[in-house]
Design a protein around this ligand. Structure first.
Ligand code: HEM
Ligand code: HEM
Length: 477
């Protein structure tokens, strides 16, 4: 692989970015997160025995839970990262998406898929027993078509043109994006069609474990890190610390992550050698974690105090700290011994939130803080103060939620292992579930503040300092 060692800070500015569409992607993503968080809060009230919509079939807890999990994953993380890549890829390749009309079609098709999914869940109770593949069965083929279109038109098309016509190598972010989309196309097909139609039973379970793992490990993770490798050097106006280390992280991810899936189903009927191999590969995955974090910190060090005074970077720093902490946590729960204590408990729910929200959503927030005024043609946010409050509410809420769920998980595991009556573990968990709802409220208030600020910034009458079609790139380092 040839890598372009040029930092994204050295990219010339131009008007290859369709800023209107980037704005729509981001706006839609924030709307979905608002709705998904609300669903999370509603669902958490079930644990307090105060469910807010008792007896209403359309809003029954099972339907609301899956609306929450699909909402955060597909509604928010996929939608927002597609928007951010529509900014980053043209910037790095100096090429727009292949076809603007198809770009708009992809945007509206994806929104229609999301709406249909929620209607399927809430309105008709249609779901599949595949974790994060719950999408109603008739929507899966449409998602496949949309995925192929977006991959060709928005992602691989411009990158391929750049690689073949410019004669230059590719910056590391682009390698991550290419890999994410090649993997996700295959992964979505295998995870949603094979267990459903061709491979039932525990063999199918191995495939679904790979599906869930690869969705987070081979879509969310590479796209998240690709975005980090773009934005941090741009904001700091310094190049990435080491391109060789970034390559090590990339290839370790490519080789090791796909082998991890079965660690989601340890102590299950999946053959033991498959489970053991997945644990071994997970040990290797920690190499990825530490190389990327090392590169991130070394890059940040060049910026001195900028890393915590500049809000976009502060989001990235908080995200990287969450990543490090949760990966230390997962080094424990990926072992057979610790699994006996924590599987099915809130420990896992804590891990899921800390990384999906605390790391990768924080990266999206950091990028949004940088980009939103620019794509709205504004010089600043409507309120800088609101953004700072939003940061602290979400950062403290996220950390507390993680700690509370981890403790709850250990108590539940201990209770089950001691063969106490199940209800005993439920009563012992009650205070922690209450605390979870409160941390959720803090997160929701913080997020709502940021969302409100986005809307106000977009509506602001401030005269644009520049034409939004020609977003200036920062000057070369
Ligand atoms: C350092 C590497 C990681 C390891 C070793 C690891 C390990 C695990 C394991 C063993 C589980 C299943 C726990 C159980 O059910 O008892 C799990 C669950 C989960 N992980 Fe990770 N994880 C890692 C990184 C990540 C990352 C980067 C993400 C997100 C981008 C993520 C998202 C999730 C989610 C959402 C779940 C809950 C899904 C489920 O119940 O299986 N993990 N992780
Ligand atoms: C308002 C804040 C939030 C609250 C109150 C909340 C609450 C919940 C609840 C109650 C569950 C179900 C846990 C269970 O079945 O035992 C859940 C699951 C989940 N939530 Fe949230 N959530 C919030 C925000 C988020 C955000 C922002 C994300 C990611 C961006 C997220 C990602 C997840 C994931 C991945 C799961 C599945 C965990 C698993 O299966 O192990 N949540 N959430």
């Amino acid at each position: 692989m040839t890598v372009q060692s040029t930092s994204p800070t050295a990219m010339p500015s131009d008007d290859v970015v369709n800023v209107t569409r980037v704005r729509w992607w981001l706006g839609a993503a924030f709307f979905w997160l608002f709705a998904a968080m609300l669903a999370g809060l509603i669902y958490s009230s079930q644990y307090l025995r105060m469910y807010v919509f008792p007896g209403i079939e359309y809003l029954s807890p099972g339907r609301v839970r899956v609306t929450h999990t699909s909402g955060v994953a597909f509604g928010f993380l996929v939608t927002s990262t597609l928007g951010l890549m529509e900014y980053v890829i043209p910037k790095l390749t100096q090429r727009p998406v292949l076809n603007q009309k198809v770009g708009w079609f992809a945007f509206f098709a994806w929104q229609a898929i999301l709406v249909a999914t929620v209607v399927g869940y809430l309105g008709f109770g249609q779901m599949q027993a595949i974790e994060w593949g719950e999408t109603p069965v008739w929507i899966d083929p449409i998602v496949m078509v949309a995925l192929v279109i977006v991959t060709a038109n928005n992602i691989l098309g411009p990158i391929f043109q750049h690689a073949t016509k410019s004669g230059k190598g590719l910056y590391v972010s682009l390698w991550y994006f290419i890999a994410a989309f090649v993997w996700t196309g295959v992964n979505y097909f295998v995870g949603n069609f094979f267990p459903e139609y061709w491979v039932p039973g525990s063999a199918g379970a191995s495939l679904t474990s790979m599906y869930i793992h690869d969705l987070v490990g081979l879509y969310v993770t590479p796209v998240g890190w690709g975005l980090m490798y773009y934005l941090v050097p741009v904001v700091l106006k310094k190049p990435v610390f080491s391109h060789n280390v970034s390559l090590l992280g990339f290839w370790a991810l490519a080789f090791l992550y796909p082998l991890n899936g079965a660690h989601h189903y340890l102590h299950s009927p999946i053959p033991m050698w498959v489970q053991a191999m997945s644990v071994l590969a997970s040990v290797g995955v920690h190499l990825v974690v530490y190389t990327v974090i090392y590169n991130f910190w070394q890059t940040l060090r060049q910026g001195g105090t900028d890393s915590y005074t500049k809000l976009p970077l502060r989001w990235f720093v908080a995200g990287a700290v969450s990543y490090l902490l949760t990966c230390m946590q997962c080094a424990l729960h990926v072992t057979f011994t610790v699994q006996e204590h924590v599987h099915f408990t809130d420990w896992v729910v804590g891990h899921a939130h800390f990384v999906m929200f605390g790391t990768f959503s924080f990266f999206v927030f950091g990028f949004t803080v940088y980009l939103w005024p620019r794509v709205c043609g504004r010089t600043t946010w409507h309120s800088e103060t609101a953004n700072h409050y939003a940061f602290w509410l979400m950062a403290v809420g996220n950390l507390t939620m993680w700690l509370v769920l981890m403790i709850a998980g250990l108590i539940q595991g201990q209770s089950w292992k001691g063969l106490e009556p199940f209800t005993k573990s439920v009563t012992s968990s009650a205070p922690y579930w209450l605390a979870r709802t409160f941390t959720g409220i803090a997160i929701f208030v913080g997020f709502s503040l940021m969302f409100w600020n986005m809307i106000q910034t977009a509506r602001s009458r401030e005269e644009a300092e520049y034409d939004p079609r020609t977003i200036p790139s920062p000057s070369p380092a």
